[in-house]
Design a protein around this ligand. Structure first.
Ligand code: PHE
Length: 753
């Protein structure tokens, strides 16, 4: 059964035909929100009632206004406090506040100035100190009268008075949303509550036969499943790990943050006086402060190469001390792990090997926006016979190509453990300059030969940080937003998947065209990122009053979403919305986009200073299948999938930025008709042709109406409804080819407003 309250509403409807939730609240002396709740639950019962959402504006007294209605206007209270002989301002204020404790100094100020300008009181300076005296014997407190009247629900204020009282903060406008109800097609005063579950008992007793079941709401969102979330660093790490694995590398065990100086420095032929060992750069451990398990023979060979040289080297010629090598520290680079692995490789009988590691290292650095005392290193190591610098360069090209980085340059550098050494630079199309992305080299014989590796084996290695690509990928310019105590934990839950723009394999021909496209994509992405940071900056400075939107729509040229193209055209056509559209094709398209798809908005491309627009829309043709995607830049969880959902979004934007009505600016019954048409179409996409024919029949019925209507929903003022724009664009051509008769010829694609 409907609730007792619900039944009361239904009874009232039966007797009176219509009912307003506001009126019922007044009639039954109930809280209006409670009646609204009842209306909503009745609406859930199917077609028992119909209800239109209405909003009405109402002027009501503010708290101060209520005081005035009770005690009189400020000016009247001041007037009444003046004795026949007059008195000083301070005395008058004291008197009013004595009578009325809620009367403040500010109110007194207003009271004096109003009473003066009304000619009720004057200042008398004849007897020395200025006194206020009454100029009239009696007054009429119009303000109090007006407010008292308004409080009873009668609003007879003139516009001028309304403005004045509003300015004096005595009255305020309140918007009330209410429902106007009437009986629906299956109206009844005793409504059975619909069942939400089919239980074994109902089946056993057969009672299910007579019960009414609530329809499934397939549009309801599911409850998000509680689960863990990967930090962006871990997501990017997974991508790098994947690249290494694809290239046949094995992961090294990096599970020791604490390392001895021996493995971190000495094994790497780093002299004991090297400045990097200094406590300024390295965190040494106090407990346990020393390591004792260094392989003795190997240590002797390391000592020898440092102090006297060997293997064709002069060494450093200093007094190498075991105490220095034993000092425990937090490893300053993952090359310590590589050293352990190479030693183990030599011990076990050398076989060519490719290793990688991605883990944390620690340095006692000055902290700033891009540096913390701990970060992650990515390191690759290749050990084989006869490897050369050419091999290293080749491998680096291959590795970075898998990350989508194709242009590299190398600069000679110095590491104590590699010779030659090279810093790796890549061209950053956004910054338009070469930026350092890593360090590399071939390990020195002074490091490898004491380990016992064969003489003709060389070992290539390179390293880079994990934080830098992660910050670029996720658009952070301060490391503290990504790591450390200031991190917003919600960021970890909300950040999107990481897909590095990896190379798509050898089947793609690398023509200049392709390169051009890639470069163009890069520059679009960089521009977007630039805008994103710009907007973030502006927001931080609190300078954005107007909402700016950056949208990226991806659609497949095989299934051009005509309705969305039309809506975008409408958005552009409304000059007041200031929308700029740029169309691009993604490099992953198998063949070039037809020109009509590239030029469909018929607009000149913006000049890049897009920050001034209200909406920047980037349209990318990409092979993504039937369902277009819109990404709202700068909003977490901003991706919206499918033509109908995107159409709804664009309609809402149009409505909020212009004065038109096509969807939610209509009242709720029209709005739900529009939703119904869009949902039906979505259903067709899911279930195929038979549903499709049903939809066409429905459209035929609608348009075959005796009054010869041309619209699915309407006719309505202003723009055609979203349903008409949507379906006429999607089906217009199809309907004509399906020979659906003259009736439908009228239903031609809506191209404008
Ligand atoms: N260990 C170096 C660093 O910390 C990186 C590197 C690794 C250099 C391997 C050369 C070879 O910066």
């Amino acid at each position: 059964m409907a609730t007792a309250h619900g039944e009361k509403v239904l009874k009232y409807l039966e007797e009176n035909g219509t009912a307003s939730s506001l009126k019922l609240a007044e009639l039954w002396n109930e809280d209006h929100q409670k009646i609204v709740g009842t209306v909503k639950s009745l609406l859930c019962l199917g077609e028992v009632i119909e209800a239109d959402l209405q909003s009405s504006a109402l002027w009501d007294l503010t708290e101060e206004g209520k005081q005035v209605a009770k005690d009189g206007s400020h000016e009247a209270q001041v007037f009444n406090a003046i004795p026949p002989a007059g008195s000083t301002q301070a005395e008058i204020v004291a008197k009013v506040t004595e009578v009325n404790s809620k009367f403040t100094k500010d109110m007194a100020k207003v009271g004096f100035s109003k009473a003066m300008s009304l000619g009720w009181i004057v200042v008398d300076k004849s007897s020395g100190a200025p006194k206020f005296i009454k100029k009239v014997t009696s007054i009429q407190d119009k303000v109090q009268e007006h407010l008292k009247e308004l409080a009873t629900g009668k609003d007879t204020l003139t516009n001028e008075l309304r403005t004045e009282y509003k300015k004096r903060k005595l009255i305020q406008e309140i918007i009330i949303k209410s429902y106007l109800m009437k009986p629906g097609p299956s109206f009844s005063t005793s409504v059975t509550k619909q069942e939400t579950d089919l239980t074994p008992e109902m089946i056993a007793s057969g009672s299910w036969k007579t019960k009414e079941f609530k329809a499934y709401n397939l549009n309801a969102l599911g409850t998000p499943i509680p689960r863990g979330h990967l930090h962006p660093l871990m997501k990017v790490r997974a991508e790098f790990r994947q690249i290494f694995l694809e290239m046949g590398f094995t992961e090294m065990p990096t599970n020791n943050f604490v390392e001895s100086s021996f493995w971190n420095f000495d094994a790497l032929f780093q002299p004991q006086q090297h400045p990097a060992r200094d406590a300024h750069d390295t965190f040494f451990l106090s407990d346990p402060s020393t390591a004792t398990n260094i392989p003795v023979d190997y240590m002797e060979r390391v000592k020898k190469v440092h102090s006297h040289g060997g293997y064709g080297s002069q060494g450093y010629g200093y007094d190498w001390k075991i105490e220095e090598a034993q000092k425990n520290l937090l490893r300053t680079h993952t090359t310590a792990v590589s050293a352990r692995m190479l030693y183990a490789l030599a011990e076990g009988g050398f076989k060519p090997a490719k290793y990688f590691s991605i883990d944390r290292v620690f340095r006692n650095e000055t902290l700033d926006a891009t540096h913390l005392a701990e970060f992650h290193q990515i390191e690759g190591v290749i050990a084989d016979y006869g490897l050369t610098l050419g091999n290293l360069i080749g491998v680096l090209y291959e590795f970075f190509r898998k990350l989508g980085i194709e242009k590299l340059r190398f600069k000679p550098a110095y590491n104590p453990y590699t010779e030659p050494s090279m810093e790796i630079f890549s061209y950053h199309p956004g910054l338009k300059k070469w930026v350092e992305i890593g360090n590399s080299g071939i390990f020195r014989p002074e490091m490898l030969l004491p380990m016992g590796l064969p003489e003709d084996v060389s070992v290539l290695a390179w390293g880079l940080s994990l934080e830098r690509p992660t910050m670029i990928k996720y658009g952070y310019d301060n490391i503290r937003d990504l790591v450390g105590p200031k991190v917003n934990i919600q960021m970890v839950a909300d950040n999107p998947l990481c897909r590095l723009d990896k190379h798509r394999g050898s089947e793609m021909k690398e023509t200049d065209d392709l390169q051009d496209l890639e470069n163009r994509m890069d520059s679009i992405m960089t521009r977007l990122r630039g805008i994103e940071t710009e907007v973030k900056k502006l927001k931080r400075q609190g300078k954005t009053t107007e909402e700016k939107l950056t949208l990226v729509i991806e659609a497949d040229p095989k299934y051009p979403p005509r309705s969305i193209q039309t809506l975008v055209r409408l958005l552009v056509a409304r000059g007041d919305a200031r929308t700029i559209v740029t169309v691009h094709q993604h490099s992953s398209l198998a063949s070039a986009c037809p020109t009509d798809l590239m030029q469909w908005p018929n607009l000149t491309v913006s000049d890049g200073s897009r920050i001034d627009n209200q909406c920047n829309l980037t349209w990318i043709w990409k092979p993504i299948g039937r369902h277009p995607i819109v990404k709202i830049v700068n909003r977490p969880n901003g991706d919206i999938h499918g033509e109908a959902a995107i159409a709804r979004l664009l309609a809402r934007i149009l409505e909020s930025w212009t004065d038109c009505a096509m969807y939610e600016n209509f009242d709720s019954s029209i709005c739900s008709q529009i939703d119904d048409w869009l949902d039906t179409w979505e259903g067709c996409i899911q279930s195929g042709d038979s549903k499709f024919l049903m939809l066409i029949r429905r459209i035929q019925n609608q348009l075959g109406h005796p009054d010869g209507r041309k619209w699915l929903v309407g006719p309505l003022p202003g723009v055609k409804s979203l349903a008409d724009i949507f379906l006429s664009n999607l089906l217009g051509d199809k309907l004509n080819t399906l020979n659906c008769g003259r009736k439908l010829a009228r239903f031609s694609p809506v191209k404008g407003i």
